[in-house]
Write a protein that binds this ligand. Structure first.
Ligand code: NAD
Length: 377
């Protein structure tokens, strides 16, 4: 019998829309035994919240997330607000016995994230962090191929996440939409915002990272604060270039910036092993490039795999082979796995504890960028 799962959404921005789409569509495509219900949404701006709730079909609204958590008819709290609010909301939700899902990064720092891990574990509530790129079918295929030993011993992992939207010094820091430039709200710049995705995928594909050496830069040193109008120093990293040593002996390089003119969301990754290589590009997210060294010499070359067949990860739930899917489906897959985890009792990853490890690596990157030294995780 299908159980109803009442969702309490915090926020109405970019991620609240992506998640609402996933919660509402999942049960049309995946039989998990659960049907999410968009029960209530909470945020401070009443008219924007009402508009969001009407657009997505939320049954009710709350002007304060505390009221949402206090409601008996809410099963799961979904946190889609700036990073500085994740900890307080998640801990309160766990203490109230709610399932908790939070957007990434888990927290601004690992020190802030640890009590969140302790709170969900003490309460024994299901928990998950939305590192959604794991659930792109092509990325899941890479994970399956690497785990099956297809690449043999791994030598290199490299990833980039490039954007260009903060080049103008007129972009403010703080406030709606530009909270990512305010270190108090975001915790860090591209490291926590973009590299965190690359690091999460990297450790999931290739194991733990032991140490990092990073070069970070803040190109624009002062920006107007959107709320006060006053110019103030910029505390975030605008760009980061990172060398990393993985526990399995392989070497990693990571780059992230919001100053790569022409790039909007250029997330690419590549992994090289003794038997082959695999690579992926978010802008062509249904494809995997595979080089298989075991193929006879004269036929050997990069194979372009369109990941849309029924036996590819998740794809049997969608249309017919050859028809592509998009960014939003990664969130639907993450919801499907979360609900499956409730049914089977095997929780979907990444849990809060898993995601804490990514925060630790991000902290080490920021520390290394400041000190110029290698930092152990
Ligand atoms: N998984 C991903 O790919 C991905 C992509 C974008 C953002 N994120 C993460 O999602 C989170 C939200 O980012 P976003 O892009 O949706 O931001 P956004 O600016 O679009 O939306 C933020 C929302 O938070 C709300 N908010 C702020 N303070 C609040 C408060 N005190 N109480 C209730 N609501 C409040 C705002 O009203 C707004 O609705 C961040 O942690 C970010 O890092 C993840």
């Amino acid at each position: 019998m299908t159980k109803l799962l009442n969702i309490g959404m915090v926020g109405y921005g970019f991620m609240a829309r992506a998640h609402s789409n996933a919660w509402s569509s999942v049960s049309h495509f995946f039989e998990t035994g659960y049907k999410p219900v968009l029960k209530a949404a909470a945020a401070r701006n009443a008219s924007k919240l009402r508009h969001f709730a009407d657009m997505w079909g939320y049954e009710s609204v709350e002007s304060d997330w505390r009221a949402l958590i206090a409601r008996k008819d809410i099963d799961a709290i979904d946190i889609c607000v700036p990073n500085d609010l994740h900890a307080e909301i998640a801990i309160a939700a766990a203490r109230a016995g709610k399932m908790v899902l939070t957007e990434k990064p888990l927290a601004r720092t690992a020190a802030e994230g640890l009590p969140m891990v302790e709170a969900v574990e003490k309460a024994g509530v299901p928990n998950m962090v939305w590192y959604n790129y794991r659930r792109v079918p092509a990325v899941m295929l890479i994970r399956n191929l690497v785990a099956s030993g297809k690449l043999g011993r791994i030598f290199h992992y490299r990833a980039k996440f490039l954007q260009d939207w903060t080049i103008s010094p007129d972009v403010p820091q703080g406030g709606q939409g530009t909270w990512r430039l305010d270190v108090d709200a975001a915790g860090s710049g591209v490291t926590g915002d973009l590299l965190a995705h690359c690091i999460d995928t990297a450790m999931w594909l290739n194991g733990s990272i032991d140490s990092v050496s990073a070069m970070t830069e803040t190109f624009i040193k002062e920006r107007r604060h959107a709320e006060t109008g006053k110019a103030q120093p910029v505390g975030i990293d605008d760009a980061a270039a990172v060398m990393a040593r993985f526990q399995n002996g392989s070497l990693g390089t990571f780059e992230s910036t919001r100053y790569a003119r022409g790039h909007k969301a250029a997330y690419t990754l590549e992994i090289n092993g003794e038997k082959g290589s695999l690579s992926w590009d978010l802008h062509d997210l249904n494809r995997v490039q595979f080089f298989d060294h075991s193929v006879e010499g004269q036929l050997r070359g990069w194979t372009n795999i369109l990941v849309t067949d029924g036996d590819h990860p998740y794809m049997g739930h969608w249309w017919v082979p050859g028809l592509i899917i998009g960014y939003e489906h990664s969130f639907t897959h993450q919801v499907a796995d979360f609900l499956d985890g409730l049914k089977t009792g095997k929780p979907a990853a990444p849990s809060f504890r898993d995601a804490l490890e990514t925060n630790r690596v991000c902290d080490a990157i920021i520390a290394s960028g400041k000190s110029g030294q290698w930092v152990s995780i």
